[in-house]
Every structure is written in C-alpha cells, then in structure tokens.
Design a protein around this ligand. Structure first.
Ligand code: 5GP
Ligand code: MG
Ligand code: MG
Length: 195
C-alpha cells in the first residue's frame, strides 16, 4: 500500500466520551464492592484509561490491574486458543472484578479471562467491552456493559491496531480497503500474538 491510507471515522471522540460516562453510571448502579478493574492488553488500554476515570467521576474507587492475552492464530484464522502473556498480580479472591476489553467478537478472549478469574475465586466477574460485533460469537457469552454495537468490519484506533499501527487514534475507524479484507495486511506472528 502506498501513501497514508484514509481512515473512515466510525465512532468519534465525543461520542465515545459520552458513552464512557453512561457506562460508568451503569457500572456504578451494579453496586460493585471492593472493585478490581482488569484491563485486557493491549487493545483495551485507551478505553480502560478513560473508563476508569469515568468510574471515579461516578463515585467508584476501583483498583486497576492488567492481563495481556493472545489469541493464537493459524494463518489468519483463530484456533480458539488463548495464552497469557502477562498475568494479573493481585489476588482476586472474593472480589468484584470488572473485566475490560476492546471488542467482543468470537467471545473466546473474554470467556477465557472470565473463567480464569472465576477459577481463582473472584466473587463476581462483570465484563465491559467498548465494541461488540453481533453474529460473530463462537462461544456463548454476552458482555454486561457494551459501548457500541460494531458493524462487521475491521476497526482500528482508540487502542486497537492492525500490525501494531493506529492505536494512537483518539477515535474508532476503518482503514480504507481494509474493511472488506483485513488479510490484505500481512500480519507478522508478533502482531497476531498481540491481537
Ligand atoms: P474474540 O472475541 O474473537 O476472542 O477476540 C476479540 C479480539 O480480537 C479483540 O479483543 C481484538 O483484540 C481482536 N479483534 C477483533 N475484531 C477486531 C477488529 O475489528 N479490529 C481490531 N483491531 N482487533 C479486533
Ligand atoms: Mg490487534
Ligand atoms: Mg484483544
């Protein structure tokens, strides 16, 4: 690809900011106790950072943790296996956990993380995702808190990448030409591991 690809804005900064405040209010209404936010790296880092500050404004005092997960791909197709690249440090026993991820697609990543935290003795694991792609679930799971329903296109920005790029964008967008065929980008193994 030559030149700078154009990015079509799907969810702009203001829309995301407004929705984050609403999500934080919804989360506060669930009355979490001793709340631990666990953000799934890398894609959710920007959403998590904004959501955590919105949670503060909504009157919550969460602690914050990170887990870095990778979906193993066979070529460009998910094999359904998830690996832990970096684990949470805190003991989750008896705690209300809010798992935060960027996109709920097949549902494998969120299911894996939720099962892991429950197996470690969390009292309750709620899930918040910025985006949900309907009709793509391989595992039956719904997020408790969803920012937006996302069309079935490959999105970037607001923390999300393709081949390590575009995470810095303050909005969620679609890269021209990539929306119909993400496989046009030849993703190296490392990039696949950070999905
Ligand atoms: P799943 O729900 O299939 O286990 O995994 C969803 C993960 O795949 C997300 O956390 C995200 O990292 C990645 N993913 C799914 N759809 C997209 C997309 O449209 N754009 C980007 N950048 N990543 C995606
Ligand atoms: Mg990725
Ligand atoms: Mg991810």
């Amino acid at each position: 690809m030559t030149g700078t690809p154009r990015i079509r804005v799907l969810f702009d900064e203001e829309t995301i900011a407004r929705r984050n405040e609403e999500l934080a209010q919804e989360i506060a209404r669930s009355k979490p106790e001793n709340l631990l936010v666990v953000a799934v790296l890398k894609g959710s880092f920007m959403f998590a950072a904004d959501l955590i500050r919105a949670l503060h404004r909504a009157g919550l005092e969460p602690q914050v943790e990170f887990v870095h997960l990778s979906s193993y791909l066979d070529g460009t197709v998910s094999t359904g296996q998830v690996a832990i690249l970096r684990d949470v440090e805190s003991d989750v026993r008896g705690r209300d956990v809010l798992l935060v991820d960027d996109i709920l697609e097949s549902g494998r990543t969120v299911t894996f993380a939720k099962d892991l935290l429950m197996a470690r003795g969390a009292k309750r694991v709620m899930t918040a995702v910025l985006l949900e792609k309907p009709g793509k679930r391989a595992v039956s799971i719904d997020a408790d808190f969803v920012g937006f329903t996302c069309p079935d296109v490959f999105v970037v920005g607001y923390g999300m990448d393709v081949a390590h790029s575009y995470r810095q964008l303050p909005f969620v967008g679609v890269v021209d030409h990539l929306d119909r065929n993400p496989d046009l980008f030849d993703r190296p193994a490392e990039a696949q591991a950070s999905r």
